[in-house]
Ligand binder design. Sequence first.
Ligand code: FPP
Length: 234
Amino acid sequence: MNGVGTLGSETEHRARHVAIIMDGNGRWAKKRGLPRAIGHQRGVEAVRRLVRGLEPMGLECLTLYAFSSENWKRSEDEVDDLMNLMRRFIKSDLPEFVENGVKLKIIGDWRALAPDIVAMLEDALAQTANGHQTLAVALNYGAQDEIARAATQAASEGEITPDAISQRLDTHDLPPLDLLIRTSGEIRLSNFLLWQAAYAEMLFVDTLWPDFKPEHLGQALDDFARRERRYGGR
Ligand code: FPP
């Protein structure tokens, strides 16, 4: 195992699309007697490290759960902190995305966010449209809502079939999900990519999100390459 996710041979299948539930920012901060906001800041740094380390891993798409439709239930201060982090992250890292060929995609009901964030995201989507590695960020995202929207659209346009729904999900233009990782030791999906996870491998790690490094993802990719996937067959 080389821990950088660059292995490849006839018998190994390389992951194309990995998604991560980034959990544990609050606990990371609490363990150190720091405010939750610092945990989220360190969480953004973990995102930045990971995106910078993406190129050699050969992934086509990394999808990150940044803000769920349930996260509005958090305190107003915490929601404000998360939104401000988002603003700062886009502003500071967009030039690097463009330079490194990172193509931004947003999933979820993101157009319901604050108008200035929507405008920043639209600009970021346009500027990164020619990138070759997709960073999909789930914002104001809930899988049940995504599936309901897709099913409603499929029904209005014809028959509701699995294919018709898949083609209308926010992720319709992304590769199939290969691996879903959740950090911080919690073992649940929290309304993330429920449809897309049907045949995905799952990996639950104890690492708190701010401590998650590109090497962790590299190791997960190497392990994935060795797993046998049957898709219900034998
Ligand atoms: C879970 O930690 C994390 C979140 C609710 C938000 C994830 C957001 C970031 C990593 C930063 C923003 C991302 C971008 C792309 C700018 P938690 O607060 O639920 O942790 P806890 O369960 O330990 O309290």
